[in-house]
Design a protein around this ligand. Structure first.
Ligand SMILES: NC(=O)c1ccc[n+]([C@@H]2O[C@H](COP(=O)([O-])OP(=O)(O)OC[C@H]3O[C@@H](n4cnc5c(N)ncnc54)[C@H](O)[C@@H]3O)[C@@H](O)[C@H]2O)c1
Length: 247
């Protein structure tokens, strides 16, 4: 259990990021949730009665100016932070011939550029002893997750994390990628919209169920504990065993 810390979750309006924000807030931390969908963030705070623990910030992670301005607002509200989670991400199911440059650019902008902007802008705010967790994807290993636009952006996140391990470690910050696959969320509904497609998918998962956002949030919280600080520069694949079946 971690409590009394300042946590920033970027991409925390829905799905995995939302669960991470709720878990940290319910354990008594001060959580800043930043997302392009501010309405959903406010709704989440209200529905869970967490007005005292969560503050909402609007950000477009794909814009440097927006992320820089977020850093100033988070500093003014919370001061130093101990945890940064980057969970913002987008995808669409598209074949190579269907991916136009606009989709390519937007996917890279949110999933990869936004990651760089966020860590660059928040770096001065993160206290030594703190943690960064990037929500990547097992698609960086297998390909797909919608298509090459998505898998490429998530592969970039692996390379980014591994390249920054020294800088962060020298500052006393552990950084890791949690790489989920097939977790119940809005994104999963985009890729597998029907009940039938989800049932078929479950047959490919050795543990015979879809992942839940709590399967991810529990590991994220663990990585941010003081006694987990030696876990640094790792990719943790959370996939119910699917990836190494070749699917
Ligand atoms: N659900 C899965 O099976 C799965 C598998 C592998 C990886 N992931 C990754 O997990 C992360 C969370 O996805 P999810 O499954 O919870 O889906 P989701 O769609 O519920 O969450 C994505 C969040 O990112 C936010 N977002 C999108 N564009 C943004 C922008 N420009 N600026 C700020 N916020 C923005 C959305 O509003 C949303 O709150 C993503 O990075 C995704 O790639 C999910």
């Amino acid at each position: 259990m971690i409590d009394g810390k300042n946590i920033l979750v970027i991409g925390g309006a829905t799905g995995i990021g939302k669960q991470i924000a709720l878990d940290f807030a319910q354990e008594g931390n001060n959580v800043a949730v930043a997302d392009i969908n501010i309405l959903k963030v406010n709704q989440m705070i209200k529905e869970n009665g967490l007005e005292a623990n969560i503050s909402a910030f609007e950000v477009d992670a794909s814009s440097w100016e927006s992320v820089e301005s977020l850093a100033q607002k988070v500093w003014a509200k919370l001061g130093k932070i101990q945890v940064l989670v980057y969970s913002a991400g987008i995808t669409k199911r598209l074949k190579f011939k269907e991916i136009d440059w606009i989709t390519w650019k937007r996917t890279m902008a949110v999933n990869l550029h936004g990651l760089f902007y966020s860590i660059k802008a928040m770096n001065p705010l993160i206290e030594s002893g703190g943690s960064i967790v990037i929500i990547g994807s097992g698609s960086a290993i297998t390909g797909s997750g919608g298509g090459i636009h998505y898998a490429s952006s998530k592969g970039g996140a692996f390379g980014f994390m591994r390249s920054i391990v020294n800088d962060m470690g020298n500052n006393g910050i552990n950084i890791n990628v949690v790489a989920p696959r097939v977790i119940e969320s809005d994104m999963l509904d985009v890729l597998y919209p029907s009940v039938e497609s989800k049932q078929q998918l479950i047959q490919e998962i050795p543990i015979r169920r879809l992942g839940k956002p709590t399967d991810i949030s529990s590991i994220v919280k663990y990585l941010c504990r003081e006694d987990a600080h030696y876990i640094h520069g790792q990719v943790l694949l959370l996939d119910g065993g699917r990836t190494y079946t070749g699917k």
